[in-house]
Design a protein around this ligand. Sequence first.
Ligand code: ADP
Length: 477
Amino acid sequence: MIAGPLGLVALIAAAIAAGGGDDGSPLRHLYLLPALWAALARGVHGGALVGLLAGFLQAPLIFPLIERAGLSRPVVDGLVSLTIPLAMGLTVGRLVDQSRGRGVQLRALLEIQRSLAGETAFGARLAQVAALTRRALGVDRVGLLLDAGDGAPLTESAPCAPEPSDSPPSGSATPCRRLVLPLDAGQGPVGTLTIERNGDLGAATRSAAQALALHVALAVENARLTERQRRFAQELEDKVARATQRLREIDRAKSEFLSVVSHELRTPLTALQGFSELLLARDVPPDRARRYLHHVQTESQRLGRIVADLLDLSRIESGRGLSLRREPFDLRELVECNVEVFACQHALHRFDLSVAASLPPLCADRDAVDRMLKNLLSNAVKYSPRGGRVLVQARPAAERPGLVELAVEDDGVGIPAEALPRIFEPYVRIAHPETATAPGLGLGLNLVRALAHAHGGLVEVESLPGKGSRFRVLLPA
Ligand code: ADP
C-alpha cells in the first residue's frame, strides 16, 4: 500500500531532476500528493515516512542555497515546501488513525451489544465481550466482573489473556499498567472493567476505555431488560397456557357432571312416573298398590337426597359454607330409624346395630347427621353388591374424650390404600368391576366430610380391598 506513494515520490523527484533540478521548481509542491495518499492509506506512520522522504529529497537543493544566500525569500520558500509534506503526513495520518480507532471501537461496541443480548450462557457472553474489548482497545488483558441482576452471583469473564503472574513477559522489564473502571450507566454500578497493558496506558486508551465502559454498562442494562422481558413473556405464555388448560378441564368436568346429574335424577324420576301412572291408570290390588307406593316413597327419598346433596355442594363451592341448626337430640333414635328403613329396602344385607348405653345426648344439626348417616349407609350397601353384614355403631369415642363416634362398617369390595386419600374429594369415584354400574356422583363422602368439619368433627376410614370398609364420623358431643 505504501509502494504507490513511494513510486509517486520517485516520479516527482525524477521529473524535477529532468527539469534541471531547480530548487524553485513548482513541481516540488506535488510532494504533498504522495504524503496525503500515504497518510490516508497508512495513517500517521505512512504519512510521516513519505513526508520525511519528500523532505530529504528536497534537502540537497535547499541546503546549498542556504549556504549561498542565507535566509533569503527563496530559502524560506524552499524550507516551507520541505517541511509541509511531513507536517501534512503527520496531521492527516493522526486524524485518519483516530477516526479508524473510533470506527473499530464503534464496531466493537455493536458486537459487544450483540453478544450481550445473545442466547448463550452469561459467562460465555462475558468472555466474548472481554475479547472484543481487548481487541478494540489494543491492550494485553481485559477482565470483566458483572452482576447479572436478579440476585444472581457476580460473574467474572474468563481471562482473555494469560495473567502476568502466570507468564511474565519474557526478558522485558516493561512495567504493567492496570486501569479499573466502574461499569455504571447511571442506575448504579453493575460491575467493573479492568484493562492491563505491559507498558504505558496512553490518554487516548484511557478515554476510549472510559467510553467503552459506559457502553458496556448500557449494553448490560439493555441485556438485563431484554432478559427480564423475555422471562416475563415466557411466564405470561405459561400462565395463559395453564389457565386455558384448566378452563378446558373445568369445561369437560362441567359437561360430565351435568350428564351424570341428569342420569342420577332421571332414574328415580322414571320410577316415580311409572308407578304413579300405574296406580292412576289401573285398578291395582291393595297389596300390590302398597308395594308400588313403597317404591314411590324410596325413589322420592333418593331424589330428595340428591337434591339436598347438590344444594349443599353449591353452598360449599360458592364459599357460603353450611349453616347448621344445632340442638340436642337422641342419636340412638336417629340411628335406629335409619337402620330400620335401610333394612326394609335391602333384603340382601343384614343390618346390625350397636348403640352404647353411655351414649351422651348429641348437640348437633339433626338433619345434617341424618344425611351423613344415610350417605354412609347407602355407600355400605352400594359397595357390597353381593350383600353381607352392615354394622352401625354409636358410642363415645374411646381414645378421644368429648367426641361421639358414629361408625358404619361393611364387608364389601373395599378401597385400595392408594385411593383412600382421594375418596373425600368431590367427583372422585374409584373404579371396581363389581360396582361399575353403581349410581353416584362422587359427592357423598365430600359432603359427609364437609358436614363433619362444620360441626368441628372429622371423618376417618379404614379399608381392605376384598374385605370391607369402616367409616367413622367423630362429632363433639
Ligand atoms: P359415590 O358413592 O356417589 O360414588 P362417594 O363420595 O360417596 O360417591 O364415594 C366416593 C367413592 O368412594 C365411591 O365411588 C367408591 O369408589 C368409594 N367408596 C365410598 N364408600 C365406600 C365403601 N363403603 N366401600 C367401598 N368403596 C367406597
